[in-house]
Design a protein around this ligand. Structure first.
Ligand code: GLY
Length: 282
């Protein structure tokens, strides 16, 4: 397992998708905040540019689909680990169509596809935390036990544990990996409780970094050739207090990425890309 952890965060490709105009009015959301579409598109273009130019990933950009207002949140449509891609069955009916384009894109990348066809199963990728050693799957409004069981079948090399998500949209709405063995977690009571559950269920030891804002705990960790450890995180404008905590991470390159418009429709940084490692030897 140590060998697998050594490759944790290695990526060569990213799949992203454009923002349809329908996001502004029809994307699912928990608040009534109004989305500035122009700003959301600019933020997304900046995010994609970081992946492509600053980090050197090969980016596959799927076109936006007006009939799928949430389609920019590609993470929910598939879970990729190694050379296997699980095409999910998203919990929201309005989002089920998002998997079609994702399936085609991942097929072209020569991944082994597993499709979640069981009509009793639901799973959003935002509920899936891969630590490099095991999976945690949030049981939320979007993801159920059957979905977690199918994920466990698809990725048999890893243990899969479930965690109740009692508030917020997804498991990763309040946590993510900050590096091998490091979980970044929000300060809210439900986030801390979920972390305790994960620690109790695991055979591994994880360090934690608590940030005051739950959504600021959603970061993207990568370990890239020639770049080393990199952490994409929300900007200081969006979360000033959490920014101060993240700034203390001195052993990685910190890249601040703005996503405040997408947050109005419950989108976080990890939601907007599927990261893939096509080179097993880097
Ligand atoms: N707007 C993201 C979601 O609710 O799935």
């Amino acid at each position: 397992m140590a060998g697998l952890l050594a490759k944790f965060g290695h990526y060569t490709h990213a799949v992203v998708r454009g923002i349809p105009s329908s996001l502004a009015t029809e994307a699912l959301r928990s608040s009534e905040a109004e989305v500035d579409l122009t700003r959301a598109r600019q933020e997304h273009a900046d995010y994609v540019e970081v992946l492509r130019t600053r980090l050197g990933l090969e980016v596959v950009e799927l076109p936006a689909d007006e009939a799928l207002p949430d389609c920019v949140f590609v993470e929910d449509a598939a879970v990729v680990c190694g050379d296997t891609a699980l095409i999910t069955r998203p919990g929201a009916v309005s989002r089920r169509g998002e998997t079609e384009a994702m399936k085609e894109a991942l097929k072209k990348l020569d991944l082994n596809l597993v499709e979640m066809t069981d009509e009793n199963a639901t799973l959003d990728g935002g509920d899936v935390l891969f630590t490099g050693q095991e999976f945690f799957v949030g049981l939320s409004k979007r993801t159920n036990q059957r979905g977690a069981e199918i994920l466990a079948d698809a990725f048999k090399d890893y243990a899969v544990s479930t965690v109740p998500v009692t508030e917020g949209l997804h498991l990763k709405s309040f946590c993510s990996m900050g590096g091998p063995g490091l979980i970044i977690i929000g300060a809210s009571e439900h986030a801390q409780k979920a972390l305790k559950t994960m620690q109790q269920m695991s055979n591994y030891r994880y360090d934690k970094l608590t940030v005051p804002d739950d959504l600021a705990a959603n970061c993207i960790y990568m370990n890239l050739p020639g770049k080393g450890h990199v952490l994409l995180h929300s900007t200081g404008d969006t979360f000033p207090e959490s920014f101060k905590v993240l700034e203390k991470l001195t052993d990685c390159t910190l890249i601040a990425v703005s996503g405040s418009e997408k947050m109005k429709v419950d989108g976080a940084l990890t939601c907007c890309s599927i990261l893939i490692n096509k080179k097993t030897d880097i």
